[in-house]
Design a protein around this ligand. Sequence first.
Ligand SMILES: Nc1ncnc2c1ncn2[C@@H]1O[C@H](COP(=O)(O)OP(=O)(O)OP(=O)(O)O)[C@@H](O)[C@H]1O
Length: 587
Amino acid sequence: MNYNLNKLTEQDEVATTSTYTALKNLMQLVSNEKTNMIVALVAILLNSVFNLVAPLLIGYTIDTYIVHKQYQGVLLFSGILAVIYLLALGTSYLHTKLMGEVGQRTLFNVRNTVFNKIQQLPIAFFNQNQAGDLISRVNNDTEKLNMFFSQALMQFVGSVFMIAGAGVFLLIINPRLGLAGLIPALLILFFTKVFSPWVKKKNAESMKVMGGLSAEIQESLHNFKVIIAFNRRDYFRKRFEEVNEKTYRAAIWADLANTLFVPFYTWCGSVAQLIVLGYGIYLISTTAFSIGLLVSYLSYIVLFYNPLRHVAALWANFQMSMAGWERISEILALESNLVQIPAATAATGEAVVEFRDVHFGYPGGTEILHNISFELEKGKTYALVGPTGGGKTTTASLIARLYDPTSGTVLLNGKDIRTYSDAARTAQIGFILQEPFLFSGTVKDNILYGNEQYVNHTDEELIAVIQSANLEKLVNVFENGLETPVSGNDSMSLGQKQLIAFIRAVLRQPALLILDEATANIDTVTEQVLEDILAHLPATTTRVIIAHRLNTIENADEIYFVNSGEITRAGSFQNAIDKLLHGIRTS
Ligand SMILES: Nc1ncnc2c1ncn2[C@@H]1O[C@H](COP(=O)(O)OP(=O)(O)OP(=O)(O)O)[C@@H](O)[C@H]1O
């Protein structure tokens, strides 16, 4: 399955959605904010009404009181206007506050939802996407949604109300003058329709390269040791400069697209004012049209075109939010291809693990394992040996169901491995990866990770468990034992990390323990301790050891030779050495 977010095709369905669909999906996300949104909507509606009534009152005051010099009436209407403006202020505050909170809650929920989704996706997803791009989606793109809800949405709705209201007033008071004043609005409509897709595209491009920039930063930070050791700062600097330049150019285009509407809308507003002024003066001189009405008209033209200009800026913001939402939706639409399937048949066979005619290739790559069939029996120790790149780790990954075969079946305890829940499967399998990962905390925290059954143990109880599993000597390797601090993945030697991963996996008491080069960086004396621990695991534990060091595989019950995607029994230890040293090695 294609999990590459930057290469989704039409068949992947989520590639591009219409603005309408994107908006509909987005609204579903805030369905539990309905009450707040309705109150905010009412507030913005009232706000528009207050702002719309004011010019009418001003025109009325001019024609009725100012022209006839009745200053008591002027004072009265000034007071009424002051109250109306205060109410407008109150409603404006209310909807801004409510929508600000809706925005923050949505941001919180969307970030949680996206992160949880990412956690459910299979390893293939992480293989195909760069961490920096994902971080950018979780951080930056979700923030665009916050902007949309906290600022854009209600301002947009308020502006639309205002435009509609002002338009109605303009057409009712004097239809001909109103129509004349609205002619430039047609130009705006046309311009917006033509340029909106382009604006959206430019924003989407900008976000995409921003994701690329994050990925570049992440990669160089991750590989800083290599960069410094090889003195290749210039290499990464050059690569960074290239991506930064791309980001800069895309941002310039997006900015240009986003600001394009505003001056044009302003210009259209000015033209409309000129039209109304000219035509209004003509109407005053030829008909009974009053100065007060002309003043009201000019105010309504401002109330019509100002929010239009605002809508232009908000429209760009909206396009940006939709582009961000689409990038987030791409993640939300993905489903793990490693789903649990219903168990069709009862367990067949005694083997702990069985491969039946298994073929496998990584997504988008060539086939790595070709028609593999073998069985691993309970309580035995198996070694997988073979040249680099031969397929050992891939085989182990299929045993642990980090991937599913392209065809064929992997069985765990006689049942298709896909019929097990994640919890049931991982409870049976302990996998020590080639590159163990440590979290910040202490040695104890890292050991307890994945060993929830011991989380509530006191230190004494935990030490007792460690002693009974013969792991005490390994814990004592660390200066402060269980309390030795771990300040991130790079704060320990690879051998020390392997020790912690070993303790973690053995404490799980798995029925099947896979060690992928798990002792490659451990000194010979400590390795003997590990071997002793392995030898004293419960008699039912099956061990799969992947190793290049020959002494590690010496005591295996069975040795498999993995070469060029084929797995064959190597027979005796001597045979395995012959194959390794003199066999045809392809990878
Ligand atoms: N995530 C991946 N995506 C694409 N191809 C991969 C991936 N991981 C491994 N491969 C390819 O699969 C093949 C088998 O790799 P694998 O890691 O299984 O070999 P290995 O026998 O464990 O090697 P080593 O002894 O170096 O650990 C190699 O050609 C490798 O390039």
